[in-house]
Design a protein around this ligand. Structure first.
Ligand code: ATR
Length: 283
């Protein structure tokens, strides 16, 4: 059986490392491969995957929104979020799901940060943030969306308010309310690209963070981000982008196979792969 991921670029993806270990560990006769698909080829690529009886695939940047036009069915969360990252091929019918939100929720609960009833601040208002906010807004007591472009955060807050009764508000990264918002949040999630590849225009200071808080950075490159460094120095609890990666991958695996994913093995595989990549880049 063949599974894969479509994206542009796709050579950086860690998903094959995670999923192939999971298939081996569960003794499923399947392989998972990356497919480099340019935006102009998305439609024919999806038709090809269907025709070749590929059992399922992940969808990554920049196809998560556009792919919806080529699927036969999407679940309610995908329609609300407006993006899919997992597709199941059910006898030629392509069904779209989004595991980013549930992956984030599971990473939080696995670490011991129960998001239900909590005050949650989310940085970002893009695809990842939409999925995470959609899931967490269902049970949090409040959601604060903070984004570089305030109009996008406002729009997301408005959409979420129509669906959930949770207290939801938005502001911009440069807001002078940011310190209060950070200090008052139980859980802080970075679902934006801040800190990716070491870019460090981080508007948060260590003294705003405190023990008892949870800081969850979806960025996994570098695996220890500046935000997580600040959290560590403030004594706050940390959850990393690798925890996210493994948990969202585990949800995709379960959708495809119906089996619980071997998350510990997946975690080791992705750590190993990252070490190899960091070594290759430094030599
Ligand atoms: P993804 O699918 O990974 O969420 P995306 O939809 O492109 O990617 O969203 C990226 C998010 O990171 C956006 O919220 C973006 O802010 P804008 O809406 O202002 O573009 C945010 N982002 C990207 N680069 C950033 C930076 N250097 N500083 C702060 N926020 C950044």
């Amino acid at each position: 059986m063949l599974y894969g991921v479509i994206g542009d670029p796709v050579d950086h993806t860690l998903s094959p490392a995670i999923q192939n270990v999971a298939f081996r560990s569960r003794q499923i006769d399947a392989i998972y491969v990356p497919f480099h698909v340019k935006p102009q080829n998305l439609r024919i690529a999806v038709s090809g995957l269907r025709a070749l009886h590929v059992r399922g695939f992940n969808v990554t940047v920049p196809h998560k929104v556009k792919v919806l036009s080529y699927l036969d069915r999407t679940d309610a969360a995908v329609s609300a979020i407006g993006a899919a990252n997992t597709v199941i091929n059910q006898n030629g019918r392509l069904c779209g799901y989004n595991t980013d939100g549930i992956g984030a929720f599971n990473a939080l609960t696995e670490a011991g940060a129960q998001p239900n009833g909590k005050s949650i601040l989310i940085f970002g208002a893009g695809g990842a943030s939409r999925a995470v906010a959609y899931t967490l807004a269902q049970t949090a007591s409040s959601i604060r969306l903070v984004n570089r472009t305030p109009a996008k955060a406002r729009q997301l807050a408005n959409r979420l308010r129509k669906k959930f009764h949770t207290d939801i508000a938005s502001t911009t990264l440069s807001s002078n309310l940011l310190r209060d918002l950070v200090e008052q949040s139980d859980i802080i999630v970075n679902a934006s690209s801040m800190g990716m590849n070491g870019n460090s225009n981080l508007p948060v200071q260590a003294k705003w963070l405190h023990s008892g808080q949870w800081v969850f950075d979806l960025v996994y490159k570098p695996s220890q981000t500046r935000l997580l460094d600040l959290a560590a120095s403030a004594g706050a609890n940390r959850i990393t982008g690798l925890d996210m990666l493994v948990n969202q991958g585990a949800c995709s695996f379960k959708l495809w196979t119906g089996m619980e994913a071997p998350r510990v093995g997946m975690r080791h595989a992705v750590e190993q792969k990252l070490l190899e990549k960091e070594y290759a880049e430094s030599s």
